[in-house]
Design a protein around this ligand. Structure first.
Ligand code: ZN
Length: 453
């Protein structure tokens, strides 16, 4: 099959009247300055589609439930208590139905793939399901229903805090020791055979709070072919806890004690000193930034200028999925910097387009973080592609070199017309091809869940 685009952003720059031939989920050939052939899918403007590198799909169902202020001061930690109460009721069917809706929303927003940081493993009482990887299977089913490119990241979650504190009752569904975790990962790797070949299974040691140094070393040695994701420094309280327990700040400790390299993605690298920022940038790891969630939870802004100037790789994720919007993630990422620095056009090195720096940086960094051969429109890459309509009033005044600035700062996700995940044409005319069924299943699942809460 082939796509004909009026214009497209290639690794080498903008091309006009481009024919993109796809074979086995990959880009086979690019031919600019031609006319469309019968049967081609005709789009306006074609871009590499981003990876959404960090998601906890089930949290989408509690969006809007935690924005009411009670007596006292709400924080990340009071939000987490509510999230734990919520997880106590989710069934495997509900997990699948929620994840399918989330992946549909991601694709309609222009994401071709997702990194699912999956820590809900067991029954509500903490007993394993008959098949240990039951809920990993459900995530894979949701990926199959939507056609999204899945990088599944089973989470090792063993402790309630630094110093091997025993899990709290609200964490019973998450817990595994290293041996059982490795069995779970092996089962998930077997289940991957049911999905298209671009599906990946990596690992996610949850955080330095929820793993021990010895367990972290063991699991990285046993299962660390990549990708490896970890929550690292989201909250000041977490930084203080790690500093007290391990004698160094979280990013500082990880970089000194783990083989951090291009396989790794450090989620919420929010609280870093200048030294940590530069050392992390040099490690080759990806900073997994989740601007909408980090704003929603009051985490704080990323140390963007230092990191970018040091050549650091980054990508974006929707994390809590309180809102799934690619344009909003990139917009808030830049606006958080402007608000802090009382400045404009912060996240660009030297002179240039902020929109293009953010979009193209997140495309290549996100693909790296998910272990996908994607992030640019070039022969041999996975066909992770998104088409937008530049005739939309939000974009129609802009030249090609202004288009990504328009997309990031002036447009909404509904400028997306088409999306391909590894060549699977899942969004057409702005709608996911399985939208009606997936939304209907979601409504049924939510009605059941609310009846149980
Ligand atoms: Zn997270």
């Amino acid at each position: 099959m082939a796509i004909f685009a009026n214009r497209a952003l290639l690794a080498t720059g903008w091309a006009d009247n481009l024919r993109v031939e796809l074979e086995e989920g990959c880009i086979a050939r690019l031919t600019p300055n031609v006319t469309a052939q019968p049967g081609d899918t005709h789009v306006d403007t074609l871009l590499p589609a981003l990876a959404n590198l960090h998601s906890h799909a089930f949290q989408r169902a509690m969006a809007g439930m935690t924005e009411y202020r009670l007596a006292g001061r709400d924080s990340f930690w009071t939000w987490r208590d509510l999230m734990y109460r919520f997880t106590a009721h989710l069934s495997p069917e509900q997990v699948q139905a929620i994840a399918a809706l989330v992946y549909l929303e991601m694709q309609e927003a222009g994401y071709a793939s997702v990194g699912e940081f999956h820590y809900l493993h067991h029954r509500p009482d903490g007993q394993p399901y008959d098949r240990l990887a039951e809920l990993s299977d459900r995530i894979m089913e949701a990926a199959a229903e939507t056609g999204i490119g899945l990088t599944h990241l089973p989470v090792l979650y063993s402790y309630a805090g630094v110093g091997e504190k025993p899990l709290e009752p609200g964490q019973a569904r998450f817990g595994n020791d290293v041996d059982r975790f490795c069995t779970l990962v092996d089962q998930a790797r077997d289940a991957r055979a049911t999905l298209p070949g671009d599906c990946r299974v990596g690992i996610a040691p949850h955080s330095l709070r929820a793993t021990s140094p010895a367990d972290l070393a063991q699991v990285v040695a046993a299962q660390g072919t990549g990708p490896i994701h970890i929550h690292i420094a989201e909250q000041p309280k977490e930084v203080a806890e790690v500093q007290a327990g391990l004698g160094a700040r979280p990013v500082e400790w990880l970089l000194a004690n783990a083989p951090v390299d291009a396989r790794w993605c450090l989620i919420h690298a929010t609280h870093m000193t200048e030294d940590e920022t530069r050392t992390m940038a040099a490690s080759g790891a990806v900073a997994g930034l989740c601007p909408v969630t980090e704003a929603n939870l009051g985490d704080g802004p990323f140390n963007g200028p230092t990191y970018l100037n040091a050549g650091g790789a980054f990508g974006v994720g929707s994390d809590s999925n309180v809102l799934i919007s690619l344009t909003e993630e990139l917009r808030i990422l830049e606006y958080s910097q402007r608000l802090r620095d009382l400045s404009r056009n912060v996240l660009v090195v030297g002179e240039g387009s902020v929109g293009q720096t953010l979009y193209c940086g997140a495309a290549t960094g996100g693909a790296q973080a998910l272990g996908r051969n994607a992030g640019e429109i070039a022969p041999g890459q996975l066909a992770d592609l998104v088409a937008i309509d530049s005739r939309n009033p939000a974009l129609c005044a802009l030249r090609s070199d202004q288009l990504l600035d328009g997309l990031v700062f002036a447009a909404k996700d509904h400028v997306v017309t088409d999306l391909w995940s590894a060549g699977r044409h899942q969004v057409q005319n702005g709608r996911h091809v399985n939208r009606d069924r997936i939304v209907s299943n979601y409504r049924t699942a939510i009605a059941g869940l609310l009846a149980d809460l």
